[in-house]
Design a protein around this ligand. Structure first.
Ligand code: ATP
Ligand code: MG
Length: 305
C-alpha cells in the first residue's frame, strides 16, 4: 500500500498553482493573467482527509472514482445550474482523475444543504434549537428528517482549520445580498434534484456541500457550480433500507477510517495535536470498496480503474 500522500505530479504544459487537502490545481504553463489563464486543471489525488488532517495513507483509485462521480452529477444537474467542466483532454498521467475547468472567482462559502439533522448541525441544534440561524422544531433526534431542506452556509477555513457555520446574514455581508440569495436558491435546487435521484437508487442524501464560482467575464452566467459535487467526500449518503432515526446511520463515506482512527487500535488521540497514523490495509480496502459501491449504486455504471 502507498503510505505517503506524495506531492502534486509535474505535468507537461501545466504549472502547479495550489494544493488543497485532496486536490491539486494547475494553470496552463506560461499563462499570464488574462491570456490563456481562463482554465484550471483540477486533479483529484487519492489523498483522504479525516478530522481536518490529510492522512499519511492514500486510498487507491479514490481520485478516479470521485471524478467519475462528479462528472456524472454535473451532467444530471445541467438544467439546474451551469458547471465548470470544459474538457477531459488532460495529460495521460492524470487521465480519469482530472478535469479542465473554467477558472472562476470562487465564493468563499461552503454552500451546505441539509435534509436531515446530524453532525455539526445536530450539535448546534442541541445547543441553540437552530442551525446557522434557521430555527427548527423541538424534539428532533439524531438523523431525523427535517420538515424541509435547509441552507446552512459555512465560511471556508484556511488549510488545517475547521469550516465555520455562519448565518445567512453573515454570508450576505461577505458576498452581497443578490449573490447570497442566488446561491441559497441554487443550493437547495441542487439538493432536491440530487436527493430525488439518489432516492431512486435506494440512497438518502442527508446533506451536501457545494462550492460555486462566478465567471470573471461580464455577461456570462453569474453562478457556476464548481469543485467536486455530490461525492462521499462532500456529502452524506445513507442506505435507505437501514435508515432509522435516533441513531447514526451507515454512510457511504469515510466511516471505516473515522471509526478506526478513534479506536484503541490506532493508538491516536485527536486532542493531542499529533498527525494521525497510517491506516491498516483492511481499512484502506474496505474504504475503497465503499467508494466504488457508492459510485456504482448511484450511476448504475461499473467502475473500471
Ligand atoms: P478542503 O476541501 O480539503 O477543505 P480545499 O477546498 O482548499 O480544502 P481541495 O478541495 O483539495 O482543497 O482543492 C480544490 C480547490 O480548488 C478549492 O480551493 C476550490 O475552491 C478550488 N476550485 C474548484 N473549482 C475551481 C474553479 N473552477 N476555479 C477556481 N478554483 C476552483
Ligand atoms: Mg474542497
Amino acid at each position: 500500500m502507498t503510505t505517503t500522500p506524495g506531492t502534486a505530479p509535474d505535468l507537461e504544459g501545466w504549472t502547479h498553482a495550489h494544493s488543497g487537502k485532496v486536490r491539486d490545481l494547475y494553470v496552463p504553463a506560461g499563462a499570464t493573467s488574462g491570456a490563456g489563464g481562463d482554465v484550471v486543471l483540477v486533479v483529484a489525488s487519492d489523498r483522504i482527509s479525516a478530522f481536518d488532517y490529510v492522512l499519511p495513507t492514500t486510498i487507491p483509485d479514490k481520485g478516479k472514482i470521485l471524478t467519475a462521480m462528479s462528472l456524472w452529477w454535473f451532467e444530471q444537474l445541467e438544467d439546474v445550474v451551469p458547471h465548470h467542466v470544459v474538457s477531459l483532454d488532460v495529460p495521460g498521467q492524470v487521465a480519469g482523475r482530472a478535469m479542465i475547468c473554467r477558472q472562476l472567482r470562487m465564493y468563499p462559502i461552503e454552500c451546505v444543504a441539509r435534509g436531515y439533522i446530524t453532525g455539526s448541525a445536530l450539535s448546534e441544534y442541541r445547543a441553540t434549537a437552530s442551525v446557522c440561524g434557521v430555527p427548527l422544531p423541538p424534539g428532533l433526534v439524531e438523523s431525523d428528517k427535517l420538515p424541509e431542506p435547509i441552507f446552512t452556509p459555512a465560511a471556508k477555513a484556511q488549510m488545517g482549520e475547521h469550516d465555520e457555520n455562519i448565518t445567512f446574514e453573515d454570508m450576505a455581508e461577505r458576498v452581497g445580498d443578490t449573490a447570497a440569495r442566488r446561491l441559497r436558491e441554487t443550493t437547495l435546487e441542487v439538493y432536491e434534484r440530487a436527493a430525488d435521484l439518489a432516492a431512486r437508487r435506494g440512497m438518502i442524501l442527508a446533506d451536501t456541500k457545494l462550492e460555486f464560482g462566478a465567471s470573471p467575464h461580464p455577461g456570462e452566467p453569474e453562478i457556476v457550480l464548481a469543485d467536486e459535487v455530490l461525492t462521499p467526500d462532500s456529502s452524506r449518503f445513507w442506505a435507505a433500507a437501514d435508515y432509522e432515526p435516533g441513531r447514526p446511520q451507515l454512510s457511504y463515506d469515510k466511516q471505516f477510517v473515522r471509526d478506526w482512527l478513534l479506536s484503541p487500535d490506532a493508538g491516536w488521540d485527536r486532542r493531542d495535536d499529533t498527525p494521525p497514523p497510517a491506516l491498516p490495509d483492511d481499512v484502506v480496502e474496505r474504504t475503497r470498496e465503499r467508494y466504488v459501491e457508492a459510485y456504482e449504486l448511484l450511476t448504475g455504471r461499473t467502475f473500471t480503474a
